[in-house]
Design a protein around this ligand. Structure first.
Ligand SMILES: *[C@@H]1O[C@H](CO)[C@@H](O)[C@H](O)[C@H]1NC(C)=O
Ligand SMILES: *[C@@H]1O[C@H](CO)[C@@H](O)[C@H](O)[C@H]1NC(C)=O
Ligand SMILES: *[C@@H]1O[C@H](CO)[C@@H](O)[C@H](O)[C@H]1NC(C)=O
Ligand SMILES: *[C@@H]1O[C@H](CO)[C@@H](O)[C@H](O)[C@H]1NC(C)=O
Ligand SMILES: *[C@@H]1O[C@H](CO)[C@@H](O)[C@H](O)[C@H]1NC(C)=O
Ligand SMILES: *[C@@H]1O[C@H](CO)[C@@H](O)[C@H](O)[C@H]1NC(C)=O
Ligand SMILES: *[C@@H]1O[C@H](CO)[C@@H](O)[C@H](O)[C@H]1NC(C)=O
Ligand SMILES: *[C@@H]1O[C@H](CO)[C@@H](O)[C@H](O)[C@H]1NC(C)=O
Ligand SMILES: *[C@@H]1O[C@H](CO)[C@@H](O)[C@H](O)[C@H]1NC(C)=O
Ligand SMILES: *[C@@H]1O[C@H](CO)[C@@H](O)[C@H](O)[C@H]1NC(C)=O
Length: 513
């Protein structure tokens, strides 16, 4: 009892007093008020929304999206793995968690991150609310490496921890299992990471205490490279190719920033073959994610928790295959890279809803804490709960009219060994030496959706380049309308951008102008 009373004293908000009352009869939530709902988050790696990334996961769509809400305007605030995942964990824009890129020097799982933002991430608050917390899968790209504290570093707030060391892999990887290294080979039945993490979550559910709510986060490697499908799916989608519509194989053109003026156009045949192959393999790996969702939902039903569990499904950012003649990657400001799939089922979320309100990855944390009964005005996150948008019978609340997307370009200071003809400052130059990133692919955008469907972006490059798109008239972002748009509107967008780039907490949600 001593430990529980100590935890209860640390709690704040609505559940604190209920739990204290309950403790006096040694029943936690049961008779006093219903215990808070359980929460599951499934976070895929590099799964796009715009180019058909949802097509292979039909069971997941039916078991989560059709059983609840599908969000048609879900965005990441930054289109790269480590900064985006850091935003999900902290509920903060990158300028506030200061994770700039996928490197240790850019704060990806660095000691500054571990001592600062990670110590205030959402699992810490859930744990204080007496949630039983479980993590399995990819965490942050530099996690578990020697220089970032090794596998013994288990982030605070997690009761059970099965995190991948380093970036996405399907076989031949190491996990930190509650701080101890566990090595895996390449036997499908024992090691396939997407299958392994759902199996571990099933074991967690069997071992949990039914008196307390739980939080499960599963982060499969799919559909990230090296996109190795399960044996039974290696011949699936044999005739599938990347979609040829929209901006596929179009030149970026003179009205786009420097990086988009570089790719060969039309693309080489070998680039097209490469990206079609990647597209097909990505879909194959997603079939195991579809199985993961089915297995987990069935288990929740078996243990009679499904009707008291919110299941969230999303991706860290989007992806492109041939758009504007860029072969494969993310990192760009365009729709294909910043839009993400998002669907949620759970108590109060009516089935078959399409929610159009804009929702960001920094809103996931605040939404979990809202569900858990945490007083959000005592939590310093930039995002806001979207419980009102998906379950209006439980909460009132308004959507934000505009938001920020920010990105720090990555480059190499030396010459790229694979493409010696290219100068320094660029990176991700494959295949055929087409570069997907550069130090000066550093930008910040304001996006409005309510009223005007507009995107306004400024680059930190020698041209102070600006791109503006009217997404209503031009959903594929083919035409930069900077020279056509009303200067007063540009000025408003610029002011919003400047304000949001230094916003903190509630000022990021301020909608006054
Ligand atoms: C890394 O984060 C710390 C705070 O956590 C910050 O002081 C530092 O400037 C960041 N580094 C970079 C390269 O942004
Ligand atoms: C795993 O590692 C072994 C030993 O290095 C190697 O033979 C095998 O090809 C690897 N498997 C995969 C799928 O990369
Ligand atoms: C996952 O569990 C299933 C049984 O439900 C088993 O057949 C499979 O081999 C397991 N896979 C891994 C990678 O643990
Ligand atoms: C590239 O592919 C196109 C269409 O499949 C074909 O017409 C063309 O000859 C190919 N070019 C080369 C250099 O192989
Ligand atoms: C959930 O389902 C169980 C039976 O599986 C039932 O006893 C319980 O009342 C249901 N709870 C809610 C909130 O509907
Ligand atoms: C939430 O916290 C704020 C600020 O500390 C406080 O003013 C408010 O009364 C709290 N709300 C509830 C419901 O406890
Ligand atoms: C929403 O606001 C209305 C009007 O203020 C109020 O009557 C209703 O109870 C609120 N609903 C919820 C779920 O808070
Ligand atoms: C990552 O960010 C750090 C800090 O800004 C920078 O020094 C480093 O060069 C970046 N890494 C890459 C690959 O761009
Ligand atoms: C962007 O960076 C590249 C590589 O360093 C450089 O060649 C180019 O001139 C830069 N362009 C702008 C507009 O800053
Ligand atoms: C965007 O396009 C729509 C449809 O063509 C048009 O009604 C609207 O005025 C445009 N907005 C701006 C700011 O140009």
């Amino acid at each position: 009892m001593v430990g529980l009373q100590a935890s209860a004293r640390r709690m704040s908000g609505a559940w604190g007093s209920a739990a204290l009352l309950a403790l006096s009869t040694c029943v936690l939530w049961g008779q006093v008020r219903p215990k808070p709902s359980n929460i599951v988050l499934i976070l895929t790696d590099d799964q796009d929304e715009v180019l058909g990334g949802m097509t292979p996961i039909k069971k997941a769509k039916s078991l989560i999206g059709d059983a609840g809400a599908y969000f048609s305007n879900a965005f990441t605030v930054t289109p790269l793995c480590c900064p985006s995942r850091s935003s999900i964990l902290t509920g903060k824009y990158p300028h506030n968690h200061e994770v700039r890129n996928n490197s240790l020097s850019g704060n990806c799982s660095s000691s500054a991150w571990q001592q600062g933002p990670e110590a205030l991430a959402f699992p810490v608050y859930l744990s204080k609310q007496l949630y039983q917390t479980f993590y399995a899968g990819k965490y942050l790209n530099q996690y578990g490496k020697k220089e970032s504290g090794g596998v013994s570093h288990v982030p605070p707030g997690w009761d059970q921890w099965h995190a991948l060391v380093g970036n996405s892999e399907y076989y031949n990887y190491s996990l930190s299992v509650n701080g101890k290294e566990e090595k895996h080979g390449d036997q499908y039945d024992k090691d396939y990471l997407t299958d392994l993490i759902v199996n571990r979550s099933v074991q967690f559910l069997d071992g949990r205490s039914p008196q307390r709510p739980f939080f499960i986060m599963l982060a499969p490697p799919a559909p990230h490279s090296p996109y190795i499908a399960a044996p039974q799916y290696q011949n699936s989608f044999g005739n599938v190719k990347a979609p040829r519509d929209g901006s596929f194989n179009k030149p970026g053109g003179k009205t786009k920033h420097w990086l988009l003026r570089q790719p060969t156009n039309p693309m080489t045949n070998s680039s097209i073959e490469f990206l079609d192959n990647a597209f097909r393999k990505r879909w194959q790996t997603l079939l195991s994610v579809d199985d993961l969702v089915e297995k987990l939902v069935k288990k929740l039903e078996d243990v009679k928790e499904l009707n008291n569990t919110y299941v969230f499904f999303t991706s860290d950012h989007g992806y492109h295959t041939g758009q504007f003649s860029l072969p494969i990657d993310k990192r760009q400001l365009y729709e294909f890279d910043i839009r993400v799939p998002l669907m949620v089922r759970g108590p109060g979320v009516k089935p078959n809803q399409i929610v159009q309100a804009p929702v960001l990855n920094i809103d996931l944390g605040p939404t979990f804490l809202d569900i858990a009964g945490v007083n959000l005005s005592q939590v310093n996150m930039d995002g806001q709960s979207f419980l009102p948008q998906m379950a209006p019978s439980l909460r009132n609340g308004t959507s934000r009219p505009y938001f920020l997307v920010e990105y720090n370009g990555e480059g190499y200071t030396g010459v790229n060994p694979d493409c010696p003809k290219l100068g320094p400052g660029v990176s991700q130059c494959f295949p055929d030496c087409v570069c997907e990133d550069a130090f000066n692919n550093t930008y910040a955008c304001v996006r409005t959706l309510i009223g005007n469907n507009l995107q306004y972006c400024e680059f930190a490059d020698t041209e102070s380049f600006v791109e503006v798109y009217n997404l209503t008239a031009d959903p594929h972002q083919l035409e930069n309308i900077i020279k056509k748009v009303d200067p007063a509107l540009l000025q408003t967008m610029n002011q919003r951008l400047i304000r949001l780039q230094s916003c903190v907490g509630s000022s990021c949600r301020d909608t006054k102008y």
